[in-house]
Design a protein. Structure first.
Length: 300
């Protein structure tokens, strides 16, 4: 016979009262029905759980063990129900999030910290990746959200801006331009550039070439790297200069001087991107909190 939850509840009630009639009254069942339920449980476990006579009811040693385990089983069941209900409300779960260098040096840490404060039982799996990689992973359902360089024009994916950054120059503190408050982009025309690889920084490199062309030159790329950490490391060593985004000011690197570009008004937007389909409760909770945390899209 299969043991059901009703058997355990009945058993716990009798063990609590040590009286079949009072237990039956508490359970709002007939006493003969309660006695049959206990008999079924004893038959299923193959042990006598109660010593009974006309005067009293007592737990046997197997009955005491069964009582302890029954309480644990029902407690586990209650926790499972509560967790399931919280998951349905988007309060429990896990999100897989992709990000670029610009996102992690920009608003993303604040976004994640705020969400974790309000939803401490939702955990993050964070994956660094280029914009192209994140788009592919979103399409293949390997990411819940991507924080990438926009604008996103991929069918089946929707997006919302989270930050907009203007371009800045970064030079070594030993560089002749380091004492300036700002520079014009064309002043870097003869400088060796340290930039991210075309594979990983495709969207940024396209925009960099565009603003340099407007300034009348094509940047001479002396060194390509994979991330901002290495770019600024080479700049600090005075191996070259770079053009980056103003969010880099959140990243403090000794030996590097950040300079506004006085004649460049272009900017680059970082977006959160997700699949255009039914959202899970956890995904919806993340987007709902984002709307509270960020300015309206038109103000970014």
């Amino acid at each position: 016979m299969r043991i059901e939850i009703r058997h355990l509840r009945a058993f716990i009630e009798v063990a609590d009262c040590l009286h079949f009639r009072r237990a039956a009254e508490r359970l709002n069942v007939a006493q003969p029905a309660l006695s049959r339920t206990i008999a079924q449980l004893e038959e299923a476990v193959g042990e006598t759980l109660f010593k009974r006579n006309n005067r009293q009811v007592q737990l046997t040693e197997p009955g005491r063990v069964m009582l302890e385990e029954s309480h644990q089983i029902l407690a586990l069941l209650e926790r499972a129900v509560i967790k399931t209900q919280r998951a349905g409300r988007g309060e429990v779960g896990r999100l897989i999030i992709g990000y670029t260098d610009f996102a992690i040096t920009g608003r993303l840490p604040m976004i994640l910290d705020d969400f974790r404060h309000w939803h401490p039982d939702i955990h993050f799996d964070l994956n660094f990746g280029s914009t192209a990689q994140q788009i592919s992973h979103l399409q293949n359902r390997h990411l819940d959200f991507g924080f990438l360089t926009g604008p996103n024009l991929t069918p089946g994916l929707v997006s919302r801006p989270i930050q907009r950054d203007h371009f800045i120059a970064a030079v070594s503190e030993q560089h002749p331009l380091a004492t300036r408050d700002s520079i014009r982009l064309e002043e870097l025309a003869q400088e060796p550039f340290i930039v991210g690889t075309t594979q990983m920084w495709q969207h940024f490199r396209r925009k960099l070439d565009d603003i340099c062309a407007k300034a009348g030159f094509q940047p001479y790329v002396a060194q390509e790297t994979f991330n901002s950490e290495t770019i600024f490391g080479f700049v600090a060593c005075n191996f070259g200069v770079t053009v980056h985004l103003e969010c880099a000011s959140n990243y403090v690197r000794k030996g590097v001087r950040m300079l506004p570009l006085s004649n460049v008004n272009d900017s680059l937007v970082t977006e959160i991107v997700w699949r255009d389909e039914g959202l899970s409760p956890v995904q919806q909770a993340f987007l709902d909190r984002l709307e509270v945390t960020l300015p309206a899209p038109g103000d970014i």
